[in-house]
Design a protein around this ligand. Structure first.
Ligand SMILES: [Zn+2]
Length: 275
């Protein structure tokens, strides 16, 4: 199975060496036939072996160069790990459940980093009996357009800043719109504080709690406000007359609540008693 690309100069060099050695052998065979020498191979063997050895050394150096430029060295691997552990990346991952955020950008960013494989410590001696790295199985021919890891890491670092900035802007802009603002007013005071802190400080909490994510999701999806005059409550539980049993009162109140949420997902309904 090929390891180097067919058009690589070493492959051309190998073909040339092969042709030269075959020509040399043919020449020796014809000399033998004319001069009756005992063994043509014994004469040219050192020359053939030297040619093959040179070819092998050349291959090893070229393969090592390819491997170095396709796999992460220890420093690059540390840099990749630092990027994956960046607080900004963790904030984006936590927010990825929020609708309306451009999650595809984060997915692409993660895929590019995941494609960078660490493999270091490969030396010439590892390639004496095997034409490719036993640890990662790298074959240059299978990864013809792989970008250099340093370039990918530089780009990922810059892109993380962009993504983070874009997501914060998207959150701030959407939360400031009329519908989410109306929804926020229907939320619990804890949720309102979390969102309003974000809106005033314009920065995300260092470690984003799940409650914060849920509050944002709720603000984006919207809540249904149902306003109830207090007299309606009293009417609903007294309709049918009193005295009544405890069970009857339970039933009347339950039916009243069901009539308020009729047609809506009860989890999205917020009841405001106008008193
Ligand atoms: Zn390797």
């Amino acid at each position: 199975m090929a390891v180097l690309p067919a058009n690589h100069e070493w492959v051309q060099q190998a073909k040339q060496t092969q042709n030269e050695q075959l020509a040399l052998l043919r020449e020796q065979v014809s000399i033998q036939e004319s001069a009756a020498q005992s063994s043509p191979l014994a004469i040219v063997r050192p020359q053939l072996l030297q040619g093959l050895e040179q070819l092998k050394e050349g291959y090893i150096q070229r393969y090592l160069d390819f491997h170095r430029s396709a796999r992460l060295n220890p420093d690059q691997d540390d840099r990749k790990k630092r990027l994956l552990n960046e607080p900004r990346r963790k904030q984006l991952v936590a927010l990825a459940e929020v609708d309306k955020l451009p999650v595809a950008g984060l997915t692409k960013w993660e895929e590019k980093l995941a494609a960078l494989q660490p493999c270091y410590g490969l030396g010439a001696s590892d390639l004496k009996d095997r034409p490719f790295c036993a640890r990662c199985g790298y074959r240059p021919v299978e990864e013809p357009n792989a970008p250099h890891p340093t370039g990918v890491l530089d780009e990922a670092e810059a892109r993380l800043g962009e993504l983070h900035g874009n997501w914060i802007t998207a959150l701030l802009t959407t939360l400031a719109q009329e519908a989410p603002q109306h929804t926020i007013k229907l939320m619990t005071s804890t949720q309102q504080t979390m969102i309003n802190n974000f809106l005033s400080q314009r920065t995300l909490p260092d470690k984003i709690p799940q409650d914060f994510v849920e509050a944002i999701r709720e603000a984006f999806r919207g809540l249904v406000e149902v306003r109830v005059p207090p007299e309606d409550i009293l009417r609903s539980i007294t309709e049918g007359g009193t005295p009544c049993t405890v069970q009857e009162l339970h039933n009347r109140f339950r039916q009243f609540i069901e009539s308020l949420t009729d047609g809506h997902n009860p989890n999205k309904v917020r009841i405001v008693i106008e008193w």
